[in-house]
Write a protein that binds this ligand. Structure first.
Ligand code: N2P
Length: 446
């Protein structure tokens, strides 16, 4: 009887657990969990997704939105699988790593009656992302590009000329000591240092930017370290997102940053009478692509795919671009039309992105780089097992490891002190006990 009662209890517990899990799943199906870069979306666009999703699917959705500033921070979370994000927005080299490590789910483009807006992505970007494909896995089945851009130099025109900013050399110029900000992004720092170290070979045409920024041999890492350490006295800070503000306020004069942040900063600075410019140095630079992916641990893949599709609607892409300053990967005629500014006195060749009719258009060259700029840039690939070595070098340059050593030293000193105090107390206690025992013995003797 007692045994039967036990079995019944166990069955009831299992049933309860199953019901509660089901309920959690059903609850989770009404949530979309997004992990994106900070300042990387128009918040109204984000909120309006709920209504659009309801219109398209008849289902309600609640959004949980979290942000990061550094690719590697996001990657660690995804690799550990502690968070069940439905959507994340890594850069191309992280997408490559995620593909290699089988961390992603393919994107289901079966949108029922809803048009497939992902077809609006520029063929140029698809081709670039395709280079990251792994055996049996095409990147474009697992990632849809969101924003893209270049790494370059944002400069204050009052203190730096466009000519000076058009070569990486300015970053090493002691005249700018303490006036330079650098993105806290190891790949941009690495690429810049290695490109600058080979200025002569690049001029002679014996190496390409692509070869250089993807050379992760111990010699290349050591060379980048040497150059970055030489540059360090000039650096006022490694920034994730405060660079734009420091530049608009005139506190820093030069910032190695991304084109979209530059667009934003140039506009903000203009409003307060500060003139900022942006150059992609003549030696060449890094061109990057961020894309939406669905991690393996996602729990609402349907809403995630719909969100990706929504992001590719030309009107939505435009609103995002206007708010954040970055360039959408969507290349539809509406976007080109909206971006043409007849007051501009520069004409760019954007045929590589918008098609042949865009070979000479008046479009902001900071946002959309001219073809000549794109040609001198290259994409940084995943460094695989060598990533750790480059990250260690980056920590040595920034001095993070020094801080860790100091911390270890502090812990060691306090630890020793603690043990010494405990040891002293134990000794005192032992002595007291000894005295007590002796006194007792003496008393007994009397
Ligand atoms: C915006 C971050 C942009 C990411 N704050 C560039 N890869």
């Amino acid at each position: 009887m007692y045994r039967l009662f036990h079995i019944l209890c166990l069955l009831a517990a299992c049933l309860l657990l199953a019901v509660s899990c089901k309920r959690t799943d059903a609850e989770r199906a009404r949530i979309l969990k997004i992990y994106n870069w900070g300042d990387y979306i128009d918040e109204e666009v984000l909120m309006e997704f709920r209504d659009w999703y309801k219109e398209q699917t008849g289902e309600s959705i609640r959004i949980i939105y979290q942000v990061f500033d550094i690719n590697e921070v996001m990657l660690t979370k995804i690799e550990r699988g502690h968070e069940d994000y439905d959507l994340v927005c890594p850069s191309e080299y992280i997408i490559e790593r995620m593909l290699k490590n089988d961390l992603l789910l393919p994107i289901d483009r079966n949108f029922g009656n809803t048009p497939d807006y992902t077809k609006n992505i520029a063929p140029y970007i698809r081709e670039e992302l395709d280079k990251l494909s792994q055996p049996g896995m095409s990147t474009n089945d697992y990632a849809v590009a969101y924003m893209w851009g270049t790494a370059g130099i944002l400069y204050n025109e009052e203190f730096v000329t466009a000519e000076e900013a058009s070569t990486w050399d300015c970053l090493w110029n002691p005249y700018y000591k303490g006036r330079i900000l650098m993105k806290d992004s190891y790949r941009d720092a690495y690429g810049t240092a290695i490109i600058y170290a080979h200025t002569k070979e690049l001029e002679e045409g014996t190496v390409t930017v692509e070869q250089l920024i993807n050379d992760n041999s111990p010699e290349a890492i050591a060379l980048a370290e040497k150059y970055l350490k030489e540059l360090k006295p000039n650096i006022a800070g490694w920034e994730a997102d405060f660079g734009k503000e420091m530049m608009t306020k005139g506190k820093a004069w030069l910032n190695l940053t991304w084109s979209g942040d530059a667009v934003w900063a140039i506009e903000e600075a203009e409003a307060v009478g500060v003139e900022l410019g942006y150059e992609v140095p003549v030696e060449g630079s890094n061109i990057w692509y961020d894309g939406w992916v669905i991690p393996k641990y996602a729990r609402n893949v349907k809403a995630a795919s719909y969100f990706i599709n929504y992001m590719c609607r030309p009107d939505i892409a435009l609103r995002n671009m206007d708010t954040i300053g970055y360039v959408s990967a969507v290349a539809s005629p509406e976007i080109l039309e909206a971006k043409i500014d007849p007051e501009l006195d520069t004409w760019s060749d954007l045929s590589y992105f918008f098609g042949p009719e865009a070979d000479s258009v008046q479009v902001d060259p900071v946002q959309y780089p001219d073809y000549s700029v794109v040609k001198r840039c290259a994409m940084i690939r995943d460094f695989g097992d060598r990533t750790e070595l480059v990250l260690e070098m980056w920590s040595r340059v920034k001095g993070d490891n020094l801080n860790i050593s100091i911390l270890i030293l502090i812990f060691a000193v306090f630890g020793l002190l603690f043990f010494w105090i405990v040891y002293q107390r134990v000794q005192k206690y032992k002595q007291k006990q000894k005295h007590r025992r002796r006194r007792k013995k003496l008393k007994r003797g009397l």
